[in-house]
Write a protein that binds this ligand. Structure first.
Ligand SMILES: [Zn+2]
Length: 202
């Protein structure tokens, strides 16, 4: 989507594609956790003093309750990425609402004090129904301005090459499960800090 389209969309609907363009601030976001590799990522973020945002899949919480708690305890932001990861475009509105609410219930089961407020559609597939859900539940939809495409990156260097050149306020999409993502972040975070960027949760 081009800048004009995303700009117009953002003024009309609760959809965010990037942060403040006037601050040297980046927003790292991680989709589809928790998973067995999330604790490793949490260690990396803690080592570098970075706060990030995790878009959680409800179906992955069972047996990983402690990982979800660790994300929360580390001060990262948690958003709703649905329970089942079905595309919003394939579901009826009531099925979509149930799927998103089911994820929120799962997060609340582990973290009763969690403040729901942000969400991201599976596969980034926006739909009328998803926007309707966000309005109904007073959620901000958070997309991204830069995609690491880490799910099919052959090496950490490929990820570095794709995302190192950033602009103020970029929201960068990663996934917490891939070792290449972790390796890339070990290079990227110091590189971005060197350029004067800071990091924040959404
Ligand atoms: Zn996803």
């Amino acid at each position: 989507m081009n800048a004009l389209c995303t700009g117009i969309l953002s003024t009309m609907m609760p959809i965010q594609f990037r942060g403040d363009p006037d601050r040297k601030r980046l927003y790292l976001s991680f989709d589809d956790g928790p998973n067995p590799n999330t604790p490793k990522l949490l260690d990396i973020l803690e080592y570098h003093g970075v706060k990030a945002t995790f878009f959680i899949l409800g179906k992955r919480i069972v047996n990983r309750e402690s990982t979800l708690s660790a994300i929360f305890a580390a001060g990262h932001r948690i958003g709703n990425h649905s329970f089942s990861h079905l595309s919003a475009r394939t579901l009826s509105y009531s099925a979509l609402l149930d799927d998103m609410d089911r994820c929120a219930q799962e997060i609340h089961r582990i973290q009763p004090q969690w403040q729901p407020g942000i969400c991201r559609p599976p596969y980034g597939k926006l739909s009328v129904g998803f926007v309707r859900y966000a309005v109904a539940r007073e959620q901000r939809i958070v997309m991204w301005s830069k995609d690491a495409v880490d799910y099919r990156a052959p090496t950490a260097d490929a990820i570095f090459a794709r995302v190192h050149d950033v602009q103020n306020g970029d929201i960068i999409l990663f996934h917490d499960e891939f070792p290449v993502t972790h390796q890339a972040l070990e290079q990227l975070i110091p590189y971005w800090k060197e350029k004067g960027h800071e990091f924040a949760a959404l």
